[in-house]
Design a protein around this ligand. Sequence first.
Ligand SMILES: [Zn+2]
Length: 403
Amino acid sequence: MLTAIKKDGTWITLPEKLPAALLLRLRRSGKYYCPSCRTEMSIKAGRVRIPHFAHKNNHSCRASSEPESAYHLSGKRKLYQWFLAHDYQVELEAYLPEIKKRPDILATIGDDRYAVEFQCSTISEGEFIERTKAYRSMGIRTIWILAAKRLKRKNKHEFLLSDFQWLFVTGSCRHPFLWMFCPESNQLSVLKNLTPFSPRTVFAEMTTASLKFLPPHKLLPRKCSSFPFLPAWRYKRKSWCQHVVKTARRGDPFFEALYLHRMAAATIPVELGIPVKGMLLIKTASIEWQAWLYMDVFGKKKLGERVYLKDVTRHFRKRAKNGQIKYRALPLLQERPLDYPLLQYLRLLEKMGYISELAEGEFTMEKHMSVPFSGEENLMLERKFYHEHKLTIEKGNIQFNEQ
Ligand SMILES: [Zn+2]
C-alpha cells in the first residue's frame, strides 16, 4: 500500500522515489499503521522496489491484498495522478470503514462516487462480486481495470480471456467492453466489439491511448460502427469443424447428440455457428448452442410449420438447466437479458429467409438448413452461404451504445 496513518491520525502517502535520507527521516519520525486493521506497518523501499507500506506481522488484513506487485503499486499511483492532473477529487487507497474496504482510488465526480480498482492478481468470482456489491451498497460505482500485461493476444483481433478476465466486462450486452491499463507504457486500453467464439477465445477490437492524451471523461469507448471479424470467424469455424473431434471428450453429450442426429462436426450445417449480438451472455460456443437449437427445434420442423420464440427459449433454458449450455457470470453488465441473443439469432435467420414472422414471437419455417453429406460439400455450402449473407450477418452484429 502507498498510504498509512500515523499515531496522531494524519495520513501519509509515500512518494514515487524515496531517497535514503528521506527514508531514514520517515522511519525515525514515528510509527505507521494500517487504516483498516490498525496494526503497525513498516516502510519497504529498496533500489528496485517501489516504496510502499507493508503490515509488520504478516497477518491477514481484510482491506489489503498483499503482497502487492510493483506493477500494481505503480499502476494505481499513475491512475491516481491522472485523475488529479485533470482536477478530479480523488483519494488514493481511501479507507471506507462502513464496508471495511480500500479501493485503489476513490473518485468523486459531481454527485457520483467511483471506486477504481486496478486489479493485477486473480481473485475469486465471489470476491469480485462481493467487493462490487459492497461499493454499490454505499452508492459507489466500481470501475474495474485489468492489468494489461495479463492479456493474452493471439493476433490483431483474437484474444484469450479467462473466466476471471471476463468478470471485468462492463457496459451493456449490446455494447460490452473492458478496460486495461499498463503502468509500464502508461497506456489505457479498451477491448470492445467483444465477439466470443468459444468460452475463452474472443474476437475484439483493442484501442489504446496514452494517459497523457486521454482525459478521464473520455474513458467510455465510442460505439462500434463495423463488424470486422467475419473472415477470421469463418476461418475459426472451419477449423473447429475439421479439428474439434480430436480434442473432444469421450462421451461428451454434445457430440453424442450430434451423432444421434446423424451429424458430425465436419458436416454441421453452415447456419449453425454464426455470430449474433449479445451472445457473450452465453459461455458455450455459438456453434454448440445453435446446434442444440437445431436438434431441439429447427431440424424437426417441416416447411410451413410454426416456430414459436417461447418454444425456442424453453428448449434453450432446459439445456442450460442440464448444464449442456452455460451462461457467463458478467456481474458488471447493466442487465443480462438472457433471451436477447436467441432473439438476435431468430432475427438473422429471418433476414436470411429461413423463417418469416407471422406475429410477435411466432414464425413459420420457410427454408431448411442444409445438412451436407461430406466435409467437402460443407465447405462448398459454406462459401455459398457467406457469399449470400455476409452483409446481413455483419450488419446484424454491429454493436452500438443505445444510451
Ligand atoms: Zn491492515
